[in-house]
Ligand binder design. Structure first.
Ligand SMILES: [Zn+2]
Length: 122
């Protein structure tokens, strides 16, 4: 049986890496973590404008890194594949950060100032 070609496989491997390779995209993925988050929650967590976050969310969704779910007036985003977090942890350790430091960021957080149903359940 013929081996798969390195260039073809490499393109498949590089595609998700390219989709997440910016500090802004990494921040969004860490803020979503293992849970799900709406735009207003990401706005609170990251301190960026909604339009700016939405632009990145759209690109990550197009790349199939994120999936979304609508519930009433909220759209929730979550990671299509949680192994992306392992990838981010691996990249962090290359930068000299500890895996513990990354997992502390990934843990789901509640922001008192956020009015989303996850932070302020009614
Ligand atoms: Zn929230």
């Amino acid at each position: 049986m013929k081996k798969p070609s390195i260039p073809r496989l490499s393109e498949q491997i590089a595609t998700p890496l390219q989709a997440i390779a910016s500090p802004q995209r990494v921040a969004i993925l860490l803020a979503i973590g293992r849970g799900e988050a709406c735009v207003c929650h990401l706005e609170t967590a990251l301190g960026w404008r909604q339009a700016y976050i939405s632009q990145h969310l759209m690109s990550l969704r197009k790349a199939d890194i994120l999936t979304d779910r609508r519930a009433g007036r909220y759209v929730y985003y979550r990671l299509t594949n949680a192994s992306i977090l392992d990838l981010l942890t691996g990249a962090a350790t290359l930068s000299g950060l500890s895996a513990e430091a990354v997992s502390a960021l990934i843990n789901t957080r509640v922001y008192p100032a956020c009015e989303c149903p996850h932070c302020a359940p009614t």
